[in-house]
Design a binder for this molecule. Structure first.
Ligand code: DTR
Ligand code: ZN
Ligand code: ZN
Length: 317
């Protein structure tokens, strides 16, 4: 069903807007509200996250080796995630835009319930570069956010605030999808977003544990989690403006997120506290054809997925 496009969206000119609204099937309808769960977040099964990554790898392999904006592999990745979310009872919207002459898509999934005046968002970009499958960049974030959303449904979590999850298109072209989403929000709907959490590269094979230092409360939430599991963190310093939190931050939305490192080199001091290999990039397959299913550190993926769940539960309860 096509939604009426907003005036601003209709005025978007070059971009054509098609928003497909799918109400989750009754089979997977959100369970009736149960007792208020503890704020303690459940574990995110890393095996489930890895299974999503295997699917994304298969999709890339079947579609020219990538999941890039405007290619078949990207839309197949989105369709995979959307099917899972619809079956779990989410209300999903596919937001269409045009960039570099190709059609792009954002996937937005709302968990029914909660105070829609206070929306906690978690997102990741779903597109890869054209060079490869993009399993760490950014299948890792996309798969973790997908499994987090499915865990919300599976546990019947009834948050105080409203939960919204997003998978962005065309991040690799300059955060095009996330900027398109933010630019097409009304000022009222933008003000309703109490925080946006970004997950872009969270399974790097030679991992670091970096926390965005944008919003202090969100930063503390993530740092509390890692302190609780005895893992030291560093402030993420290379990413200002380099991922999908930037359009939200520029619009005044509190943002935060996690990052396990890209093409920068791990120092000896970092290797001493985190393990791994000093003098080697956190991800030496960054934006390369070797960013495949083999390009993931399971421990980093697991820890970051659980940290994401902890933050979503804490910030929405
Ligand atoms: N721009 C991201 C990778 C990236 C590089 N530095 C940071 C810092 C924080 C988040 C992401 C990144 C990409 O290539 O998708
Ligand atoms: Zn990238
Ligand atoms: Zn990325």
């Amino acid at each position: 069903m096509k939604l009426p496009v907003s005036g601003r969206a209709a005025a978007a000119g070059a971009a054509s807007i098609v928003m497909l609204l799918t109400i989750g099937s009754t089979a997977g309808a959100a369970p009736a509200p149960g007792p208020a769960p503890l704020a303690a977040a459940p574990d995110i099964p890393v095996a489930n996250v890895k299974a999503h990554l295997a699917q994304l790898q298969s999709i890339a392999t079947a579609n020219g080796g990538n999941r890039a904006h405007g290619r078949a592999g990207y839309k197949a990745s989105l369709d995979y995630a959307k099917a899972k979310l619809d079956a779990a009872g989410y209300t999903t919207v596919v937001q269409q835009f045009t960039s570099s002459g190709r059609t792009g898509y954002n996937l937005i999934a709302d968990w029914p319930g909660g105070d829609t005046g206070r929306v906690v968002m978690a997102g990741s970009h779903l597109d890869s570069v054209t060079a490869g499958a993009g399993i760490n960049d950014n299948g890792s974030g996309s798969a973790a956010v997908l499994e987090l959303a499915l865990t919300v449904a599976r546990t019947g979590y009834q948050p105080t605030k409203h939960l919204r999850f997003a998978w962005w298109g065309a991040e690799e072209l300059g955060m095009v999808g996330s900027r398109y989403y933010v630019n097409n929000l009304s000022s009222t709907n933008r003000a309703r977003i109490s925080g946006y959490l970004n997950f872009d590269m969270i399974g790097s094979p030679n991992p670091g544990y970096f926390v965005y230092d944008d919003d202090p409360a969100i930063e503390k939430t993530f740092k509390d989690y890692f302190a609780g599991i005895g893992v030291p963190t560093e402030i993420e310093t290379e990413g200002d403006g380099r991922s999908d939190h930037a359009p939200f931050k520029n619009a005044g939305v509190p943002v935060g997120g996690l990052f396990s490192g890209a093409d920068y080199t791990k120092t000896a001091a970092q290797a001493a506290k985190w393990g791994g290999t000093a003098g080697r990039a956190f991800d030496r397959c960054y934006h390369s054809s070797c960013d495949t299913s083999a390009n993931i550190d399971d421990t980093a993926l697991n820890r970051n997925a659980d940290a994401a769940a902890y933050a979503v539960w804490t910030l929405s309860s």
